[in-house]
Design a protein around this ligand. Structure first.
Ligand SMILES: [Zn+2]
Length: 539
């Protein structure tokens, strides 16, 4: 063997085998992969003079880096680029955010955001405020309820809104005494400006993707299973954007890019296959992922498809697509080498998705998967393992869902809802994700909630949700690191054993239960992150 490129020495969890942390003293890295792991003397013996030694401090722990099993990447990137004015306690805080956005977003790009509430600020904000901190910039900031828009002078001028402009039907332009628009628009008047905001350019999306990749790395996440944009994506344009970014070397994280429900024919025409490199240069950081279909709606909108009606009603929710159609799409995709994922939240949708995915499961490139699995009839739990269908779950959804689930599902909520432990015990392969940007991209609060079955934001009298479904911290970390790779049928991924990708994070502390119980997860941030043996994060 050639010399090691890097030697990591410290307290290292390898996740070797099926259980336990698999602690070792050292790992050796070459060619982007772990080539040795074990006792220090054994690994040291194959190090050479040019081997980079990665120093791990006492108290620090080394883990396989995490993969987020379910994100919408472009939407996450664009949402992160917008200003979140819910965070602005004062008008000056808001203007500080505009200043940093103006520095980040090159002119003439639009500065956008939402979440302001003039009642918190004790006066209406104005275009003049924006002109003071971001002169000449086009700014459009929606209020928290989306009924008002705070626009800059350049944005008003571009929309042709002047002192002489009458209020549009159903809308109001707020004005000074002389009739000059002061920067606040209500109701239909907001559309006059928003209609002039161009869709995000490919350059803008590329810029935001670069920065969101850094944000994932900073949280210990080095890979994402991507499930398509939430907005229409004609011709799979997002795949071309990922390809261009990867070829330009701009994406330090691994992406498995999903194919939207309406884009299967295009994907087949392009010759895409699950597990194949997406770009001609064949980087292992950009791979074709799953084809995404929907069986039902959601808990929140009361459209999750249920075996028994919602409590106190005769409503069973809805199947958003008939099983026969899902089956036809799944077979067509499978014949082209593309594996299917089906969104299933209610127990009837989960049962239907199991039926649809079973026939092609064993022969598919990746494991077929059901997204969310929020309510699962106990009889169906063993079917995941038996058929080789994965459960892709986002524990953080429980933070917002707990109360609504109890109301809508009654006793089912805690006996059959969010049953990650029972799924694991029944032999299911479980992968954790966040569903960003519908939830924050930080995986740690979700890891904590899967262990504690409650969230620090809940009031003290809010009981833990189905505490018998708690999993161990080790189990939660495995579901966040190993689980997503099991769905890729890669038995070594998400571990630090010989043959594993050298995707490594160095945490400043062991993320024990006490740490997770606190409201602040700020200490669970890697100090160092490697992707394929390259140090991509160091602080
Ligand atoms: Zn999603």
């Amino acid at each position: 063997m050639d010399h090691l490129e890097a030697l990591v020495v410290g307290r290292i969890a390898t996740f070797a085998g099926d259980a336990g942390y698999g602690w070792v003293e050292a790992i050796g890295i070459a060619g982007g992969r772990v080539v040795a792991s074990g006792r220090l003397a054994e690994v040291e013996a194959i190090a050479g003079p040019r081997t980079r030694r990665i120093h791990v401090e006492p108290g620090e722990v080394v883990f396989p880096a995490l993969t987020d099993g379910h994100v919408h990447l472009i939407d996450t990137a664009m949402a992160a680029d917008a200003i979140d004015l819910f965070q602005a306690a004062t008008l000056e805080d808001a203007l500080d955010m505009v200043v940093s956005a103006a520095a980040r977003i090159p002119a003439p790009g639009w500065i956008q955001g939402s979440g302001w509430d003039q009642r918190r600020w004790h006066r209406w904000p104005t275009a003049a405020d924006l002109e003071r901190v971001a002169p000449g910039r086009r700014v459009a900031l929606r209020s928290f309820d989306l009924h008002a828009l705070w626009a800059s002078a350049a944005a008003l001028a571009g929309a042709g809104i002047t002192a002489g402009t009458p209020d549009p039907p159903g809308g109001i332009v707020r004005r000074g005494l002389d009739g000059t628009p002061d920067g606040i628009l209500f109701e239909n008047a907001t559309n006059v400006v928003m209609a002039t905001v161009p869709p995000s350019s490919p350059d803008t999306i590329r810029r935001t993707l670069r920065s969101i990749a850094r944000a994932f790395l900073a949280l210990g996440v080095v890979g994402v299973h991507e499930f398509g944009t939430l907005a229409p994506d004609p011709g799979n344009a997002s795949l071309d954007l990922y390809g261009a970014a990867a070829e330009a070397g701009e994406m330090p994280i691994r992406i498995w890019a999903g194919i939207r429900a309406d884009a299967l024919e295009d994907a087949i025409d392009r010759g895409l296959r699950s597990g194949a490199a997406l770009t001609p240069i064949g980087t292992d950081r950009l791979t074709v992922g799953w084809y995404k279909l929907f069986a039902d709606g959601t808990l929140g909108s009361k459209t999750a498809a249920l075996l028994e009606p919602r409590e106190g009603t005769s409503e069973h929710g809805i199947f958003t697509n008939p099983a026969a159609w899902l089956e036809e799409r799944t077979r067509r995709a499978a014949a082209a080498g593309i594996t299917t994922a089906i969104h299933g939240i209610g127990d009837a949708a989960v049962r239907s998705a199991l039926d649809v995915l079973s026939p092609t499961a064993m022969s598919s490139a990746f494991m077929p998967r059901i997204e969310h699995v929020q309510l699962c009839h106990p009889d169906d739990r063993p079917r995941f393992g038996r058929h080789g269908i994965a459960a892709s779950v986002q524990p953080i959804h429980l933070r917002e869902d707990a109360q609504g689930a109890r109301v809508d599902w009654g006793s089912r909520a805690e006996s059959a809802g969010y049953t990650w432990r029972s799924l694991l015990d029944a032999g299911a392969t479980v992968a954790f994700g966040t569903d960003a940007p519908l939830e924050p991209l930080d995986p740690w609060p979700g890891i904590a909630i899967s262990v504690l079955r409650r969230d620090p934001t809940w009031s003290a009298d809010h009981p833990a949700f189905g505490p018998h479904e708690a999993i161990t911290l080790e189990g939660a970390l495995r579901a966040s690191a190993v689980g997503p790779w099991q769905l890729l049928r890669d038995p070594l991924g998400g571990r630090l054993v010989p043959g594993s990708h050298a995707d490594v994070m160095v945490l400043p502390v062991m993320p024990d239960d006490d740490l997770l119980r606190g409201a602040d997860f700020g200490r669970v941030r890697p100090r160092l992150g490697m992707v394929g043996g390259d140090v991509e994060l160091e602080r």
